[in-house]
Design a protein around this ligand. Structure first.
Ligand SMILES: [Fe+2]
Length: 156
């Protein structure tokens, strides 16, 4: 990816603080830009080794490129119709790797889990249609078959 290689090789673009993670959630979000109405946010995500996200959707579109290291993405689909509050039945449908040479994109109802299986902190660049804490998105527990609100901690 030309964008990822340009960013990752341009001196001064990536700062040491961009690698800082929130140990409670296992990753860090660094907000680089958003419009006043919270649209078009751009985040740098940093991922601690062995950590990642719960299964979740975004309720907005997203485009992600890898900047440093490799991240694993596990794709899921919903088997139920979403009509029972707090309940979701998911099946795993695929897996892909995010590196500096690949990108990932998704629409609002797509569900995935992201994990850093490596031994050092990784970085990726995320652009969304709307700030992900303002979309009313959902996190899922595939084993317990539960669904709940998903809000993340963001560093400005
Ligand atoms: Fe995500």
């Amino acid at each position: 990816m030309r964008l990822a290689r340009t960013i990752s090789t341009t001196p001064g673009w990536i700062q040491d603080e961009h690698y800082e993670c929130d140990p409670n959630q296992g990753f860090g979000l660094h907000l680089l830009h958003e419009e006043e109405d919270h649209s078009l946010p751009v985040f740098l995500f940093s991922w601690l080794p062995g950590r990642g996200t719960p299964a979740h959707n975004h309720k907005t579109w997203g485009v992600v490129v890898g900047l440093d290291g490799e991240e694993s993405e596990f794709l899921r689909e919903r088997l139920d119709d979403g009509s029972k509050p707090g309940f979701a039945d998911l099946k795993r449908v695929g897996e892909r790797k995010l590196t500096v040479d690949t990108m990932s994109s998704f629409l609002g109802d797509d569900i995935h889990t992201v994990r850093n299986d490596g031994e050092r902190t990784t970085l990726s660049l995320h652009t969304y249609g709307m700030h992900i804490n303002y979309t009313g998105r959902t996190r899922f527990d595939p084993e317990l078959k539960t669904a709940s609100d998903y809000v993340v901690t963001v560093k400005d």
